[in-house]
Design a protein around this ligand. Structure first.
Ligand code: ADE
Ligand code: ZN
Ligand code: ZN
Length: 290
């Protein structure tokens, strides 16, 4: 490339809007920002101390930036790919099957070194236990914290807790109507659905956080990881997959998301982010109470 075309390419890359980011970028950052706001001073201090000591350069070191660390880590550690979801089939729900029988770690085995065939529910439990255990090595506690910041977010994306033989909506193309740019149903729920909620992750988080009442905190901080997964699954069944047709990977068909569908999706996605933030905070507050 000549210097001119290089400059032009750079300019185009900077000027064009990025492809719809995953619950990846917007959703995970919003979750983290809400969670950080709800940490106790003791938990926040420990989280900050842990993250400040982390030499990892996959993302910037702050809490919100670390919320996307696990997606970057997956690129070089493919054995962690299935840990991001639980393919609970909407036509034949079986969370244990979706979680490969919830494999147990062998004595002394670190959660970060666990089997590839595991799911987001089991990994959250394993990493929570490691973070809460003062005997866990610091390097592993750091990994546990970074995985948790991300996985509690993933769990609340309905298509990370449900499936219809479509790779959690990855095989369902969506028509480019209604102003979103998602190529498929999964991408829509990972990111595009959140774009109307605010101009930036900070703006969305502030808006959602302002909606959080003490009653919501009480109601949503209860339960356990399994119950949260089933709640996310039920929303997938009743809202995410409330479509005129449900093509599987065999068909690779497309659907149109109506205005009514998208409005409902935005409401549900916003509420899921509030829950994810509060539950991540509750989990870290519990694990780091000392
Ligand atoms: N790949 C297969 N199933 C998936 C899901 N539910 N979420 C994300 N990626 C997947
Ligand atoms: Zn993920
Ligand atoms: Zn996703």
């Amino acid at each position: 490339m000549t210097r001119m075309t290089t400059a032009l390419a750079v300019l185009i890359c900077v000027a064009l809007p990025l492809p719809a980011a995953a619950w990846g970028s917007i959703g995970h950052q919003v979750t983290a920002l809400i969670a950080y706001d709800h940490l106790t001073p003791a938990a926040r201090k420990q989280v900050d101390t842990l993250l400040t000591a982390d030499p990892d350069t996959l993302t910037p070191p702050d809490f919100a930036s670390r919320s996307v660390w696990a997606d970057k880590y997956r690129n070089s550690h493919r054995q962690t790919a299935a840990w991001h979801f639980a393919d609970n089939e909407i036509d034949k729900p079986d969370l244990d099957a979706a979680c490969f029988g919830l494999p147990r770690l062998s004595p002394g085995q670190l959660a970060s070194q666990g089997p590839a065939k595991d799911c987001v529910v089991n990994k959250i439990e394993q990493f929570r236990a490691e973070l809460a255990d003062p005997h866990t090595a610091q390097t592993e506690r750091l990994l546990a914290l970074k995985f948790l910041i991300h996985f509690v977010g993933d769990l609340h994306q309905p298509l990370h807790a449900a499936d219809h033989n479509d790779k959690g909506g990855n095989c369902v193309r969506v028509e480019a109507a209604g102003g979103h740019r998602a190529p498929n149903l999964h991408a829509y729920w990972d990111g595009s659905v959140l774009e109307p909620l605010g101009a930036s992750p900070a703006a969305i988080a502030a808006q959602l956080d302002a909606n959080i009442t003490p009653a919501k905190v009480a109601a949503w901080s209860a339960g356990n990881v399994r119950a949260w997964a089933m709640e996310s699954f039920e929303l997938a069944k009743s809202v995410t997959y409330d479509l005129p047709s449900k093509p599987t990977c065999d068909e690779y068909g497309s659907v149109t998301l109506s205005a009514v569908y998208r409005q409902r999706a935005e409401t549900v996605a916003g509420e899921q982010l509030e829950k994810a933030g509060l539950r991540l905070a509750a989990m870290l507050n519990g694990a780091l109470a000392r």
